[in-house]
Design a protein around this ligand. Structure first.
Ligand SMILES: [Zn+2]
Length: 131
């Protein structure tokens, strides 16, 4: 009888420990996910800013183009500089996009589109091989 009670208590203790461990792991994952999201927001904001700057340069190029059309000349150097500014920013955007892809802890299953962990070997929904 006493051995029985002891066994039940042992089992309850083990279950509680397992639940606590699971909760801890989930909290860790949530913290990591929140960190990722903050980073992701920052990176997406950088892309947004870069695109805003590119739009402004495009506008300046348009103005120069018009001035050249109406006979004002001597803007070649300025124009080349503006083109370079755009190329520079487009390269930066590509760089940020790559960082975003590398920062993401999840990836979309190519089979069904389910968001899977990068550490998963197979999709938990459709079984498609991942990476
Ligand atoms: Zn899938």
């Amino acid at each position: 009888m006493e051995a029985n009670v002891k066994a039940i208590l042992e089992r309850a203790k083990a279950t509680a420990a397992a639940a606590a461990e699971k909760a801890g792991k989930m909290a860790d994952a949530a913290t990591k996910k929140a960190g990722d999201m903050a980073t992701m927001t920052k990176l997406n904001l950088q892309i947004f800013d870069m695109n805003t700057e590119i739009d402004a340069v495009y506008k300046e190029i348009g103005k120069i183009s018009y001035l050249t059309y109406v006979g004002d000349c001597g803007y070649e150097a300025e124009l080349a500089d503006k083109y370079a500014q755009i190329s520079e920013r487009l390269a930066k955007i590509a760089e940020i996009r790559e960082t975003i892809a590398n920062t993401k802890t999840s990836l979309d299953c190519p089979g069904c589109g389910k968001e899977c962990s990068k550490e998963d070997a197979f999709c938990s929904k459709c079984g498609h091989k991942l990476s």
